[in-house]
Design a protein around this ligand. Structure first.
Ligand code: ZN
Length: 228
């Protein structure tokens, strides 16, 4: 096992082979790696292209696409990729956020817990199923509570690794809420771990982000108490 610090510093996985990158869930940075021309093609064009390519995959694995049950699958998969499970790649789908003045002068943590999400592992393209808990302390502005759920869903609807998902949610919340006082905890099951590979169906993965006032033992204990 190579030193993971190396990859953080040089932002490269060139010393790792494909299997290591997948099974160790290594990744290169906070930003989702996107092509410069990622959104120059319309959603409709992308769906047409994906449908053709997915048809190829189905053909190659030996499926008979004249079968009534299978013939609509390429188009269904293409639509699902663009409109649903990978819709969070496109900034145009980012939730519109309005901030409000903190008129109640509520100055304790607000915790939105048990936000169920479905994402997909970027190494295997199989689901990550989990719960996110997000918390913040107002710096003078507050956000509609459902927007916290929507921010989680937006970043979940990308090919992901859990560490990046955690940090992308935290960084966006910090920017929106204009505060460092943000916490994100994610507990998720990865189907690439449970249904294949090491085939461990009982383990789950926990990742955390404690910013500002949350980077404090007493605050972490308080937050954890609300999650029990
Ligand atoms: Zn995976």
């Amino acid at each position: 096992m190579k030193n993971k610090q190396t990859l953080v510093n040089d932002n490269s996985l060139k010393d790792f082979n494909t299997e290591e990158i997948g099974d160790d869930h290594l990744y290169t940075g906070l930003q989702t790696p996107l092509r410069a021309d990622a959104f120059k093609v319309s959603d409709e064009e992308k769906k047409e292209k994906i449908a053709l390519l997915f048809e190829d995959i189905m053909n190659v694995i030996g499926l008979d696409l004249t079968d009534d049950s299978l013939k609509g699958t390429p188009k269904r998969v293409a639509k699902m990729y663009i409109d649903e499970i990978f819709s969070g790649l496109n900034p145009k789908n980012k939730p519109k956020i309005a901030l409000f003045d903190n008129k109640y002068n509520y100055n304790q943590m607000l915790v939105e817990k048990n936000i169920t999400f479905y994402s997909n592992c970027e190494h295997h393209f199989v689901p990550i199923i989990g719960r996110a808990h997000v918390a913040y302390i107002s710096s003078g502005k507050v956000i509609g509570i459902s927007k916290l759920n929507r921010i989680v869903q937006y970043y979940a609807k990308r090919p992901q690794v859990q560490e990046r998902l955690t940090n992308q949610i935290a960084e966006d919340l910090k920017a929106i809420l204009q505060t460092e006082d943000v916490a994100v905890i994610i507990d998720a099951k990865h189907l690439c771990v449970s249904s294949r590979g090491v085939k461990d169906d009982t383990s789950s993965t926990v990742t955390t982000y404690y910013g500002g006032a949350f980077n404090n033992a007493a605050k972490i204990v308080e937050l954890q108490n609300y999650l029990n």
